[in-house]
Design a protein around this ligand. Structure first.
Ligand code: KG4
Ligand code: ZN
Length: 369
């Protein structure tokens, strides 16, 4: 039995978890920085790394206490060493190295994307190899064929924006707030997904994705609507039932459309834009995954990453799986978004393989799986 401490500080969440082997989560603590970055409409890297410095020990301490584990009980430490924000990664890596050096225990280096893949091992039923992994997050959108630990073949990736990035940018341009994914999902619930025919970039003969054209199409649609909606009644004020916890009318200033222009759009239109935008993203993700099942002849799909927390996407991938008679594995939302349990789970396999990192380990902002 191996008790592993996982740590992830790759972006704006300080995360630590204690996991037994690659399956039993004893604790999983995430301290998010949304409150710090919200007012800037996106992550400010320098602020993120400073916050990690403040939070990394309290979060690790909380993970140990919640699991009733002492540092002496640890078999090893798994650290996410990239890809991600370099300043943020440095904090976690330095901290993990210090624990390993002081306790004389092994350090293992885990690629963040590999971590997302192994989040699917933390709940029953677990997928068996081979399987397809659709990773949809704020930094990545890619499709892998996974034949075993360390045997990952990339089938496709985004050529521009990641799906989560598109959610965040569209939310910002609609003045809804940050992070955009959950807010767009909320507004989309009452919208008509067929109201606006936004483009779907299927990129034939390729498993690559592209979402930047969709974002531009939303921007152009909003600009056009703003000029034709001037006579419509203004939005209800913030905190009214229709505001749904977003920040409409409070924050804006992204330079494309002013707040007063945005306030001329009625709430129903915003809901329809959110629903139609979401439908376009989900159609492309589901269709590409369906093609991959056919082409690779693999009837097992794992859906992971922050965007996999989206209920419509989860539902759609499950429906597609039923039609194709494919098994679908989607972890609970707390394991889809960034967490350190997934890093520990992948780290277990590195430890088993004897793939130990040196204390001269350097994080990398960009790295392939
Ligand atoms: O995996 P993750 O937590 O961090 C990265 O590795 O990027 O993913 C964060 C992304 C953000 O872009 C966020 O807007 C998106 O996941 N996200 C969602 C939802 N919850 C988070 N996107 C759509 N619907 C959601 N419910
Ligand atoms: Zn992630």
């Amino acid at each position: 039995m191996s008790i592993i401490l996982g740590i992830d500080t790759s972006c704006d969440d300080t995360a630590a978890a204690i996991v037994e082997n690659d399956k039993k989560v004893l604790s999983n603590i995430v301290s998010n920085q949304t409150g710090i970055h919200k007012k800037y409409g996106g992550i400010v890297p320098e602020l993120a790394s400073r916050r990690h410095i403040e939070m990394v020990w309290p979060v690790v301490d909380e993970a140990l206490k919640a699991a009733s584990i002492e540092l002496v009980d640890l078999f090893g430490v798994a650290i996410c060493h990239g890809p991600g924000l370099i300043g943020s990664l440095l904090v976690g890596c330095s901290f993990a190295k210090a624990i390993c050096y002081s306790r004389g225990i092994p350090l293992v280096a885990v690629n963040h994307l590999e971590g997302h893949i192994f989040s699917s091992f933390l709940e029953e039923p677990r997928p068996s190899f081979p399987f397809l992994a659709l990773i949809v997050s704020g930094g990545h959108t890619c499709l892998y064929r996974v034949d075993g630990f360390g045997r990952y073949r990339e089938l496709g990736r985004t050529r521009d924006d990641a799906a989560g990035e598109a959610y965040d940018k569209v939310s910002k341009l609609l003045g809804l707030g940050y992070p955009g994914g959950p807010l767009i999902e909320k507004f989309a619930q009452d919208g008509n997904p067929r109201a606006i025919d936004f483009p779907r970039a299927y990129l034939p003969e390729s498993f690559d994705f592209s979402f930047s054209g969709l974002k531009t199409a939303v921007l152009n649609f909003v600009k056009k609507s703003v000029s034709s909606q001037q006579s419509n009644p203004p939005l209800p004020p913030f905190n009214s039932p229709l505001s749904k916890g977003g920040h409409r009318g409070v924050k804006g200033g992204h330079g494309w459309i002013t707040n007063s222009e945005l306030s001329t759009l009625n709430s129903k239109l915003i809901e329809d834009i959110a629903a139609s935008f979401q439908a376009s993203i989900i159609d492309v993700l589901a269709r590409k995954t369906e093609w991959a099942i056919k082409k690779e002849g693999v009837k097992r799909v794992v859906l992971i990453g922050g965007v996999a927390a989206n209920n419509e996407l989860r539902k759609r991938i499950r429906e597609m799986g039923d039609e194709r008679k494919a098994e679908i594995f989607i972890p609970s939302t707390s394991l889809c978004t960034d967490n350190a349990a997934m890093i520990a789970a992948a780290g277990y396999h590195h430890l088993e393989a004897g793939d130990i990192a040196g204390l001269d380990l350097n994080p990398k902002a960009y790295m392939m799986l």
